[in-house]
Design a protein. Structure first.
Length: 176
């Protein structure tokens, strides 16, 4: 049986180097590993680099909060242009995700929420973790002109920007 986690860990075990830069630090709950792997693959299909701790740095023990693990995660966030927060039913019990969100917000402020759910999501729908509503969210939608699927960073249904432009500093703007 194919074990995606084991295969990725083996192929990437030495890929985390201090000189590496990432477009995205993917903050997530390991309980969502299958969805996170699919999300990483999707984001990379748009030409972006993605840091996922258990892939890039498999020896980290995220089950315990330690200074060593925090230092390694901090280093990765400092080398990442943005943080995408993979919000799911599991994420609300994470020890690390709120800390990663706060650290990255203070560091560069380029934060967006990625709903890991089948439901249509807006920034107003984060009941229980109200602070998530402060941030835009990511969606996969078809661009009107080219008819290509793109990742968008949205503040609402009509206020959005392509993720590649957002990573360069563009803000979501109104589109009709």
């Amino acid at each position: 049986m194919f074990d995606a986690r084991r295969e990725l860990n083996e192929s990437a075990s030495n890929s985390f180097r201090s000189k590496d830069k990432y477009d995205v630090f993917l903050s997530h709950r390991y309980l969502d590993a299958k969805e996170v792997l699919a999300l990483k693959t999707l984001i990379e299909s748009f030409g972006l680099s993605v840091f996922v701790d258990w892939i890039e740095n498999p020896e980290l023990d995220r089950s315990r909060v330690t200074k060593e693990t925090a230092a390694k995660l901090r280093e990765a966030m400092e080398r990442s242009a943005s943080l995408l927060y993979a919000q799911s039913g599991n994420s609300q019990d994470s020890k690390w995700m709120p800390w990663e969100l706060g650290y990255s917000d203070g560091l560069h402020g380029r934060i967006a929420i990625v709903p890991v759910t089948e439901q249509e999501t807006t920034s107003e729908s984060y009941v229980g973790q109200e602070y998530l509503g402060l941030y835009p969210y990511v969606s996969l939608r078809t661009e009107r002109v080219s008819q290509r699927e793109l990742l968008w960073v949205q503040e609402s249904g009509k206020i959005y920007v392509a993720i590649n432009d957002w990573l360069k500093g563009a803000k979501p703007t109104s589109h009709g």
